[in-house]
Write a protein that binds this ligand. Structure first.
Ligand code: COA
Length: 379
């Protein structure tokens, strides 16, 4: 064996872990395809429900298929009292990703999630998670505000219903479309950290609930999904456009990472950014609030000039969510509501050709040595 065989691949960079038919990242063309369809086209022409169907079933639905799928999803949006009690008992000041992770773990033990995890059972449970996650996120938001959760309504789209459950009203269709498109853009992205986590958990033949719970934990980190919150915290800290350039220069001089920039796979630019920016700008125009856009332009230009690093999806998504009225700690939970479709697709794919994930390590600890009995060990 040559020396390279045992050289650790930090962050698994460049490692091809498995095959997938769910999505294809084409960095040289800054393109992302979900089952062959460009994500920008899906965001423009399809509702998130169709994209969820595509990821879970492999094909876009026809009118009959989407009717059946949507009816099932709408019928199963509600969450049980036990899961609501979990949310109500979360300590004050908790992060919503922690309550989401805990609630999903609890939810996965409830009756609708019982039954075999054969392919039809897995598909059914996947749609249940997709249906119920927005209800958890919205209920947690209401509880954090000291308000009662609003039950889901079955005559609204997923995005409309989410707004209703959060704010008691559905905004203008342009704002609903911006959220809907962001869910499509966030839904899937190859072997990212959280989807890989879900596959690793599934590979031991653990259950779907465990895989989704673990994936939520992975998504929470600021190098992954947590970045959309960190972006907004940064924009809020900068506060005004005139402070933006100096803020970035200082952060770079201190060798701090600028959140919402960089990507392991895209070095030229994130395929999802142009679409998200269109919706961000539309929401800014509709709400008459252009402050975050003005700061964003300067931050992006400065990072580009100084480091040549392009923005990723979290950079325009963060201010879009703020302009839509969501509070910052909800941003990553909203990401999870979308990505759960990708996670479930990955678990199903992993199990369709499973082999337990078990990589190697390069050992760098002490040489082999003898155990000295406790009474002979000097202090
Ligand atoms: N701000 C400043 N410098 C950055 C940067 C950022 N956001 N992202 C990468 N870099 C720099 C690194 O410091 C490193 O420079 P060096 O070689 O001088 O040390 C170089 O670019 C390579 O970055 P690295 O961290 O090794 O890339 P990675 O592939 O391991 O990590 C990310 C990818 C996404 C985790 C990383 O770019 C990052 O932390 N971005 C900010 C968090 C974020 O937006 N996450 C969401 C991803 S969708």
């Amino acid at each position: 064996m040559n020396g390279d065989t045992f050289r650790a691949k930090k962050g698994l960079e460049g490692v091809i872990f498995d095959e997938t038919a769910i999505s294809e990242v084409i960095p040289e063309r800054q393109t992302l395809l979900y089952r062959g369809y460009p994500v920008a086209d899906l965001a423009e022409h399809c509702r998130f429900e169709e994209v969820a169907y595509l990821l879970l079933h492999g094909e876009l639905p026809d009118t009959t298929a989407i009717k059946v799928f949507t009816e099932f999803e709408r019928h199963h949006r509600a969450i049980d009292e036990g899961t609501l009690a979990v949310l109500r008992s979360a300590p004050a000041g908790h992060h919503p990703m922690d309550s989401l992770r805990t609630a999903v773990s609890f939810l996965s033990m409830t009756e609708p999630f019982s039954g075999a995890e054969d392919p039809p059972g897995l598909l059914r449970k996947s749609i249940l998670f997709y249906a119920k996650l927005p209800t958890i996120v919205a209920a947690d938001y209401r509880i954090r505000q000291g308000k009662n959760p609003i039950p889901p309504q079955s005559d609204l789209s997923a995005a409309e219903n989410f707004f209703l459950m959060c704010f008691e009203q559905v905004p203008h269709p342009d704002l609903v479309k911006a959220l809907d498109a962001s869910l499509t853009l966030y839904a899937e992205h190859g072997f990212n950290a959280s989807s890989f986590t879900a596959r690793v958990v599934a590979s031991s033949l653990s259950d779907l609930g465990s895989a989704i719970t673990a994936a939520i934990g992975s998504l929470k980190g600021p190098l992954h999904g947590g970045a959309n919150e960190a972006v907004m915290e940064m924009l809020a800290e900068i506060g005004t456009p005139d402070r933006a350039r100096d803020w970035v220069l200082k952060a770079l001089a201190e060798r701090r990472k600028i959140m919402g920039f960089g990507h392991r796979v895209y070095r030229l630019g994130d395929s999802r950014v142009p679409t998200m920016k269109i919706y961000r700008d539309r929401v800014a125009e509709a709400t008459g609030d252009s402050r975050w856009i003005a700061i964003s332009h300067i931050v992006e230009q400065t990072v580009h000039d100084e480091k040549g690093i392009p923005a990723n999806l979290d950079f325009p998504a963060g201010p879009t969510y703020a302009l839509l009225g969501f509070d910052i700690p909800m941003f990553t939970p909203i990401f999870a509501m979308a990505r759960v479709t990708g996670w479930c697709a990955h678990v199903m794919e992993q199990l369709s050709g499973n082999r337990i994930v078990r990589p190697l390590s390069t050992y760098i600890g002490p040489e082999e040595r003898r155990v000295i009995p406790l009474e002979h060990r000097s202090s």
